[in-house]
Design a protein around this ligand. Structure first.
Ligand SMILES: [Zn+2]
Ligand SMILES: [Zn+2]
Length: 267
């Protein structure tokens, strides 16, 4: 089958790799239909690595994906061949103290598809097919397209952050970073509050996108009237900051715009 493998910095190759036919009883094979490109995928491509995750062998990126069941698991009869599914890319150990406390996202032994965080690396979604535990497949309602479904992984990240932020009703929200995560933060948060939601970024196209999807104000910190605009929208500061830029200096520069007693969630 065909796959796009990351060989190194700015080196992705269109390759033939073996079809993953050796499934265990609890595994299925999914024919992949749509894959999102995460910021981490771009880091792997542009830098050949991300932080401490340094690839030791070629592997397929892509952890935001959807597809249809190609090969069934006898243990999961509800996942018939042809069932449309989104894929949960994380595979926690299920035995550590965090997994036992139902906080699998904190698992230090987490395996993740399309990531060099563990070795051997697990191939991600930029392939024709993927072998995956059946429990990682989430059947899709008819109205959810494959493209929408590939956004469910970043949307899950956002919903977890909103849960940590608590009740949003009547709260103003500042979102730093207007990438996919920041935009999804706005879309989700706007369902829970009618107070101002403001998004910031230094990239004009990202701000234009935010304006298009209806954000109250999309502001550029490099503009001279940035501070005055933010202060006029929330004179006592914002109730909640959702930090979705990943830039190291953002928290230091932004904390003064948060209300005393407000809440900060880093994504
Ligand atoms: Zn990601
Ligand atoms: Zn664990």
């Amino acid at each position: 089958m065909k796959s796009y493998l990351l060989y190194g910095k700015k080196d992705v190759r269109y390759c033939d790799i073996p079809y993953p036919d050796d499934t265990a009883d609890n595994e299925v094979i999914v024919k992949i239909k749509s894959v999102g490109i995460c910021g981490s995928d771009i880091h792997y491509y542009q830098d050949g690595k991300i932080g401490d995750f340094i690839p030791r062998e070629p592997f397929a990126l892509g952890h935001e994906l959807s597809g249809v069941i190609e090969k069934e698991s006898s243990l999961y009869p509800e996942l018939k061949k042809g069932t449309r599914v989104a894929i949960n890319p994380s595979r926690p150990c299920k035995t550590c103290v965090h997994c036992q406390a139902e906080k699998q996202n904190l698992c230090p032994s987490m395996k993740y598809i399309g990531s060099a965080s563990v070795y051997p690396h697990l191939n991600g979604g930029f392939s024709e097919y993927i072998k995956i535990p059946a429990e990682n497949c989430v059947p899709l309602k008819d109205f959810i397209s494959f493209e929408m479904a590939s956004l469910l992984e970043p949307l899950s990240v956002v919903l977890h952050a909103l849960n940590l932020a608590g009740d949003l009703e009547g709260k103003s929200v500042l979102i730093t970073g207007a990438g996919t995560i920041g935009q999804l933060c706005h879309m989700a948060a706007s369902l829970y509050t009618s107070e101002p939601i403001v998004i910031t970024d230094i990239r004009t196209p990202a701000l234009e996108k935010a304006t298009k999807i209806g954000v109250k104000a999309a502001l550029n910190p490099l503009e001279s009237d940035f501070e005055a605009n933010l202060t006029s929208l929330a004179p006592y500061g914002f109730d909640i900051l959702l930090e979705a830029s990943g830039a190291s200096n953002i928290l230091t520069n932004t904390v003064k715009f948060i209300k005393k007693g407000g809440k900060i969630v880093q994504l």
